[in-house]
Design a binder for this molecule. Structure first.
Ligand code: NAD
Length: 323
């Protein structure tokens, strides 16, 4: 736990109303933190935090981080987790300029908040910084290759800028920063409209329609269960290591076997059909997690079967509208 030893430690989570952020808020509260979430609900959901309403350990500030100072933030802060950013292609391509503003001005504001409170700062970066042609498995010292003008630059170039800014604050102000490069994460509260293959399978299973596997189905994905990813972020905050460090599953799972697992969990009526693959169906971006294992004693613990069962069961309980 990151704390100053005087009273209950306080964590700020930007983007805390989102998929990953809301699970992080839960984990922090469970481990004894007071948590302030700063979120403008651009892609986040009130329902993700409803269970925390009225909890004295939790404060929600509905603010846009792009123009946020920290005047309304009470008391000392021990750690700032910066997750606010559109994460799904459908979101970050919708308004690429806003995507770049949150990665630049938003990250500046989050870093200034941490600096003014002498807090530890953890940046939720992404495997996208390795670029579309990145090596698999990707190591943290891989330079990555991105084309800033290929139309997707608003996302991965913006996130590279956020990493550079975080590194600059560390070098210039001695801020205790850390960078997590998060790979594909799934679980309850994930967005089912994020364009990923697993989200589509879950939507189809809930609707009782066939699961459509883009042929031949041997393409692979790396799937990290959300509780494991959150544990990685907590371990990174607790240690002194600046990163970047990969947080993701090193296991490449074929798209067909994901469909099989989902179909099996959904019940005997679930069908799988093969469809034409999209022109640019990608292979998995796979992390090398040696650093996280050595330095943070971290690795994913949840099997794909258990994680998918927990996820699908949750969606079956709350309904597809929550995705
Ligand atoms: P999400 O869209 O569910 O959550 C992002 C949150 O940020 C939302 O609650 C949104 O409202 C908030 N936000 C966006 N712009 C904001 C602004 N200007 N001011 C305040 N709040 C703002 O996404 P997620 O999947 O939970 O991802 C969280 C972080 O983790 C992102 O930085 C993302 O890039 C990173 N990440 C996620 C994954 C994944 O598989 N989910 C993989 C790699 C990296």
């Amino acid at each position: 736990m990151v704390g100053n030893g005087a009273g209950q430690p306080h964590a700020v989570v930007t983007g805390g109303a989102g998929f990953l952020g809301s699970h992080l808020c839960d984990a922090l509260i469970a481990s004894g933190y007071r948590v302030t979430c700063v979120d403008n609900f651009e892609t986040g959901r009130a329902a993700n935090l409803r269970h925390l309403e009225g909890d004295p350990r939790f404060t929600l500030l509905r603010r846009d981080l792009k123009d946020y100072g920290d005047a309304d933030l009470a008391g000392p802060v021990d750690v700032v987790y910066h997750l606010a950013a559109p994460a799904a292609p459908a979101d970050y391509l919708l308004d690429p300029v806003a995507t770049m503003r949150i990665a630049s001005t938003g990250t500046l504001n989050a870093l200034d908040l941490a600096r003014s409170r002498s807090a530890r700062f953890v940046l939720a970066s992404t495997s996208e910084v390795y670029g579309p042609a990145g090596e698999a498995p990707s190591r943290e010292d891989s330079v990555g290759q991105v084309d800033p003008a290929d139309g997707y630059g608003a996302y991965y170039e913006a996130r590279r800028f956020a990493e550079a800014l975080t590194t600059a604050y560390r070098a210039t102000y001695d801020l205790r920063t850390a960078i997590a490069r998060i790979f594909n994460t799934y679980g309850p509260r994930m967005r089912l409209d994020d364009g990923r293959v697993l989200s589509r399978f879950i939507r189809q299973a809930l609707a009782g329609t066939p699961l459509t596997v883009p042929g031949p189905g041997t393409q692979t994905r790396s799937l990290c269960y959300v509780d494991d990813a959150v544990a990685g972020l907590l371990a990174l905050a607790d240690g002194g290591y600046p990163g970047p460090v990969n947080i993701g599953s090193p296991e490449a799972v074929s798209v067909f076997s994901i469909a099989q697992e989902v179909a099996e969990i959904a019940g005997p009526a679930a069908e799988i059909v093969f469809v034409e693959p999209p022109v640019t169906d990608s292979q998995a971006r796979l992390p090398d997690i040696s650093l996280a294992t050595q330095l943070l004693d971290w690795q994913p613990r949840t099997s794909v079967h258990d994680g998918l069962t927990a996820t699908l069961t949750w969606f079956q309980r709350v309904g597809a509208r929550r995705g």
